[in-house]
Write a protein that binds this ligand. Sequence first.
Ligand SMILES: CC(C)(COP(=O)(O)OP(=O)(O)OC[C@H]1O[C@@H](n2cnc3c(N)ncnc32)[C@H](O)[C@@H]1OP(=O)(O)O)[C@@H](O)C(=O)NCCC(=O)NCCS
Length: 318
Amino acid sequence: MAVTYKETAEGTDPEEIADVLRIAFGRGENAFRSVKEVFENSSLVVFAYDGSRLIGAGRALSDGYDWAGIYDVGLLPEYQGKGIGRELIRHLTDRLKGQHVFLCSVPEKVSLFEHLGFHRSKTAFTYVGGSVKDGFFLPEGYRFEEEFYPRKPFIDNGNTEKKTKVGEITYKESPEGIDYSRVNAVLSKAFGGHERDELKTKDAFERSQKVEYAFADGELVGVARAVTDGKEQAIILNVAVDPAYQGFKIGWNIVAKLAARLDGYNIFLNTHPGAVGFYNRPGFRRNRTAMCYDPVQMPEEVAKGFELPVGFRFPDEY
Ligand SMILES: CC(C)(COP(=O)(O)OP(=O)(O)OC[C@H]1O[C@@H](n2cnc3c(N)ncnc32)[C@H](O)[C@@H]1OP(=O)(O)O)[C@@H](O)C(=O)NCCC(=O)NCCS
């Protein structure tokens, strides 16, 4: 059997893709109805063929710089266990080198992804609103025995005078007239004062399908963005409030507004251990099986805030 791989959807029948995914995931005929649209709107796709027969597929969303999510990797059952699934993933991760790549595994495939170099994330959340899929989430407000940064604040770089009160706060969901040097400055200050590339920031926000900005007295003080496939999957990124303006519900309002605009999507995010407490409340649930492929090995002390040790299993997973 000579399996070949293709990294374009050109010439691939969407109905065939949907059939392969339905069989691979054991889903009914109503599943994967939007396959044409979501594969077209994905940053990367991959297909596996046995001769001319489509046997497997996968796709990824990426912001083109730092963050990516892998979705819908499926393989016909008779081809499983032969290293083809691993190749499908590799075709995606190879092209996402240097980015943090996330995926939400089905519980029984966690070991496989660990084997491929993924770690279980401790800091991944899904905005569930009201309803949740059993098995994929931890109970509301769940805390691990050890949280790396048990309390806020994560950021206090000492260069900002904290406001004791703020005037009118307004929100904007359009990129029109946005000063990207200010967006860059908000991100830099919120994430520890590191220098950031303004052009990259501008491009990343411009490529994002949804953006949300907050202004206090006319000044831009809060930002967030989301990359989406236009239909099913969304990743919220770069949620940040200028440290001088933190603690006024600006961050929560930005996220709530973005989530409301993403109604119907599976809304994923992976946060910093210092912001786990911010998301760990009604509306969000921690993912049980989110896995991350990190671009660089973090020092052990840092990694333990973001990741579970390799081989970690929840009691009911044994
Ligand atoms: C996380 C962040 C966006 C929150 O913005 P904010 O405007 O200060 O937060 P809000 O005022 O909306 O806080 C809402 C609630 O979350 C709590 N909260 C805020 N930050 C928190 C944190 N880091 N840990 C625990 N709880 C937090 C607040 O106390 C408040 O609780 P309350 O409703 O019980 O009063 C902001 O602190 C920030 O930019 N942090 C640095 C960047 C970062 O880590 N971003 C998240 C990456 S995805």
